[in-house]
Design a protein around this ligand. Sequence first.
Ligand code: PMP
Length: 441
Amino acid sequence: MSHIFPRHTKVAPPKAMRGEGAYLFDETGKAYLDGSGGAAVSCLGHSDPDVLAAIHAQIDTLPFAHTGFFTSDAAEELADRLVQNAPDGLDRVYLVSGGSEAVEAALKLARQYMLETDQPERHRFIARRQSYHGNTLGALATGGNQWRRAPFEPLMVETSHIDPCYAYRLQTGGETNEAYGRRAADALEAEILRLGPETVIGFVAEPVVGATAGAVPPAPGYFKRIREICDKYGVLLILDEVMCGMGRTGTFFACEQDGISPDIVTIAKGLGAGYQPIGAMMCTQRIYAAIENGSGFFQHGHTYMGHPTACAAANVVVSKLTDGGLTQRAAQTGDDLRAALLDRFGQHPNVGDIRGRGLFLGLELVANRDTKVPFEPSLKLSARIKRAAFEAGLICYPMGGTIDGQRGDHVLLAPPFILTQDQIAELVDKLDTAMAKSLTA
Ligand code: PMP
């Protein structure tokens, strides 16, 4: 009997034995093309020799030093690299061990900033219905995924949720993309005014929505307007790039494509590329200075923050993504994969939308393409596709999202940036097989 506490107690997963490039192999030797990089994690693919060498070298000299006492070369170097490649103004890096930790740090820093700047009445956040920000209680409270939140509702930090920017379902006929972007963003202003601007700490959003909706990009101008509204009311803009950041959308930070810079940003997943658990929260000098000139101490912290071995791995990952040109490759390969998906599924009767940016792509599945009616939840279509794809040797990330009680099925694709043309063809073929099997079963 296994003593592991698995994610699902009724289904025993196979054992992963090794990884190589874009593939993982189980104990029978079966190969799985990693079409979702796990959950948008493995941007470099598996077993990159340079990352492994850096981890070994770090372990041989300094595996760990607690940040209550020390900083380290690996952490300093990583902070420098991230700032050099970040949007304007993001000057300080707080290193943690994953995405939820990064979001928790962002929420607490934002609250402490309000205290340090003499605005103690600011105590609540605004976020969006269609969003996922992590599974710890603060992050879960800002997320809008009703299924994940429901059991823990009594434990939530005060957050109100506005409509997401979700053109496929919420843009009206006749409305230009720009007009829709503006209307969707104006919902933030209405909510700030409803709550009272003096009570709001920050607005939290994923630039491209991942785990709840399958790579939904913002409408043109949406985030520019959001930035203006936040500035107008002294509300901090917190962008969660845990899934969409680190080159995945074809730029190192996803928000670069929206021409804005947040006050705080969170990153993880691709930062460690799966080689080590690591995440980070970055903030502006203005926010940092409020702490520095105030209490001098951010009331937060975790044992493994700034872990030197994790930082050593991330240094190689970030250098490959930036100087090594892998982010540009994600943009090009993303264009190729999108073209292949459009070619294969563009006219599919059950594919309502193919969307995303770079190598962060999603398909929305519908019972009827013309009416956009989703499939019945009882069909568990996403779970079926995941299973059928896995059988066919493809890892993809299907999910049933819920927005305002309306359910929809999506498939998220987020493969390693090293994907070849042959592997693009393999991915599309296997997805086609899995969808055909699931839709007729
Ligand atoms: N934010 C976003 C946007 C995410 O997609 C995730 C993970 N799916 C998280 C936060 C939480 O990250 P982690 O699972 O590393 O805690």
